[in-house]
Design a protein around this ligand. Structure first.
Ligand code: HEM
Ligand SMILES: [Ca+2]
Length: 306
């Protein structure tokens, strides 16, 4: 139902405007493109791609803050540039472009600005009038999730194993807080002093230096230590070298016999193969439970319902 030319007459400059603002914001924050990419993912996995993740908690309106879910609190970021894009668009074509579509457009722009693939973003989503903190907690994947749980958290959205591996490739840029990986480094499976045996020994030393036991849990380390800010297939090469940073990353390669292993190998060998699959999976993810037609609304302010 979504179409790539949805705004061609009603707001033809939507992509140009969004790109300019993202480019500008990323000049003062190298992580910005990663932050923005992640917003679209965390939106689509909770209530579908409806902009719910952007809503501030508003108890009086019965709106819960997904931002307060464990996976998002103190972690999700990039909301300001989305606000800036919304403000600019309301000036030129008021009441036309949904916040959910802004996230989809901004994700594509962010990936391509960071050196990744471009694709035709499908548009026409409407904004939801609710958010769902409880679903955020249960639906968003966690670092220590098993491969079975990761697979099922994707498959409820019709995303298959290829989508799981391709989309995990988004960890080719951005950072993770030490708190997420500290157990992997210092207290694996509840054993004090133990580390995850799948980590390559030299890399384990590096990570332990960056995230020492008893050190700051909010300090951040690169998700892709080879090329931290560019969107490429180094993430998959790292996995082959047992240099995945989050458990959910390394598990894709370390699960012997799983179809994820050959997907990692394919994407590591051929960047075009990764890029093509990533774009395809992003379009699939961008279709999760979208509101269209007269459903929902076009929010005036992405942080609150009209
Ligand atoms: C497969 C399951 C996944 C798990 C368990 C997971 C988990 C995480 C965690 C724990 C962080 C670090 C957050 C923090 O420390 O504040 C993170 C960062 C990130 N994730 Fe994922 N993620 C997954 C899949 C994805 C997918 C599918 C995408 C996008 C398509 C994505 C995009 C990102 C990006 C870009 C960052 C870096 C954000 C930044 O630097 O602020 N992740 N992820
Ligand atoms: Ca949502």
């Amino acid at each position: 139902q979504l179409t790539s030319d949805f705004y061609s007459t009603t707001c033809p400059n939507v992509t140009v405007i969004a790109r300019g603002l993202i480019e500008q914001a990323s000049r003062s924050d190298v992580r910005l493109t990663a932050k923005v990419m992640r917003l679209h993912f965390h939106d689509c996995f909770v209530n579908g791609c409806d902009g719910s993740v952007l809503l501030d908690a508003a108890p009086a309106d019965g709106v819960e803050g997904e931002k307060e879910a464990f996976q998002n609190a103190g972690s999700l970021d990039g909301f300001e540039v989305i606000d800036d894009i919304k403000t600019a668009l309301e000036n030129v074509c008021p009441g036309v472009v949904s916040c959910a579509d802004i996230l989809a457009i901004a994700a594509e722009i962010s990936v391509s600005l960071a050196g990744g693939p471009s694709w035709d973003v499908l548009l026409g989503r409407r904004d939801g009038r609710t958010a769902n903190r409880g679903e955020a907690v249960t639906a968003l994947p966690l670092g220590p999730d098993s491969l079975e749980i990761l697979t099922s958290k994707f498959s409820v959205h019709n995303l298959d194993t290829t989508d799981l591996v391709a989309l995990s490739g988004a960890h080719t840029f951005g950072r993770v807080q030490c708190g997420v990986i500290t157990n992997r480094l210092h207290n694996f499976s509840g054993n004090n002093g133990q580390s995850d045996p799948t980590i390559e020994p030299e890399f384990l030393q590096t990570l332990r230096r960056q995230c020492p036991q008893g050190g700051s849990l909010t300090a951040r380390v690169n998700l892709d230590d080879t090329s931290p800010d560019s969107f490429d297939n180094d993430y998959f090469k790292n996995l082959q070298n047992n240099r995945g940073v989050i458990e959910s990353d390394q598990i894709l390669f370390s699960s012997t016999g799983s179809p994820t292993v050959s997907l990692v190998n394919r994407f590591a060998e051929n960047q075009n193969e990764f890029f093509g699959n990533f774009a395809r999976s992003m379009i699939k993810m961008g279709n999760v439970k979208v509101l269209t037609g007269t459903e929902g609304e076009i929010r005036r302010d992405c942080r609150r319902v009209n």
